[in-house]
Design a binder for this molecule. Sequence first.
Ligand SMILES: [Zn+2]
Ligand SMILES: [Zn+2]
Length: 388
Amino acid sequence: MKDKISEEIDLLKDDLVKIAKQIFELAELSYQEVESSQLLARFLRENGFSVELGTAGLETSFIAVAGRGKPKIALLAEYDALPSIGHACGHNMIGTMSCGAAVGLKKALEDLPFTLVVVGCPAEERGAGKKDLIRAGVFKDVDVAMMIHPASMSTGFDIAYAIRRYKIEFFGRSAHAAADPSKGVNALDAIVLLFSSIGLLRQQLPEKVRIHGIITNGGQSFNTIPEYTSAELGLRALKMEEVDSLEAKLRSLVQGACDMTGCTSKITVEEEMPEVYVNVPLAKALEENYRLVGEKVSMRTYEQGVGSTDMGAVTQVVPAIHAYVNITAEKTIPTHTKEFAQAANSDYGYGAMIRATKALALTVYDLVSKDDLFAQVREYFINRRREF
Ligand SMILES: [Zn+2]
Ligand SMILES: [Zn+2]
């Protein structure tokens, strides 16, 4: 059966490469992926999936379902691009791989004895579409979720930061900067003190945490003592619990800046995403299938560079993996660069995309045909949940 699934995906190759190229050319930004999402939805509908567009009130999301009964396995599609550098994160391939795997499985197995769902997830780059989909209950009865992201290595594992993003505001009192400065309470001083103290704190921070940000309002006029300033800051650590303890430090620095200047402050949590919790049995199963389709597997390491993803939230609610496929051949090319965008539209990249599509489909097949794998995946997830 695994050969048959691979053969069906080989037959889809031209269609899949065409779709990935079209999405690459469209390069639609987060929440604006109208045509990209419709291309994928149409491909699924034409191949017998029932498709609902606009899930969770998001214009560019979709859910496509085939088969019936348990387990219910979700393959996740992303398709948003970055401003000015386009598909420099390779999301033109993510949706294509999940849709290709789903259609390949449906063709090979015909009457699916389980439920296969492709979830079209808007806005990974700027936003967190998957969190809206979780809130809308899309993953409530899902047993396993998977996706593969382009990279410079192929692995079932991931390391991603938990992140919390803040808006920080300081409130002072305006005064003429020349005629009456002593009457003012300087909100710019407060924000400068905050950034300086964060810089000093860095030396005492543990390894593998990040604090970064910008001043979004630095004052109203050069000749007026600023009455209002604001900043946007992100805290990242490998676990959300660590972010919590960093936050306590950040709050004391903000209070310190207020004490020194006489300002008041407001801290607002704008967004947060947990770390990716890798389901190890599932990651290993994917790697085995990578080897089966001739894709070389290598380790995911911290030194390769670590970011954050809204897939982290999905991995906390269902057993899941956020895997990677090497689209850059021998070279290591960081994502979010023009060079990576070229790899995401290259012959080598598309060859890797097809191998990954097969490995993804074969892993779904393992889950529904090997009872022990499904049990291990569930058990691994439940054990971690008990830790909280
Ligand atoms: Zn990205
Ligand atoms: Zn990405």
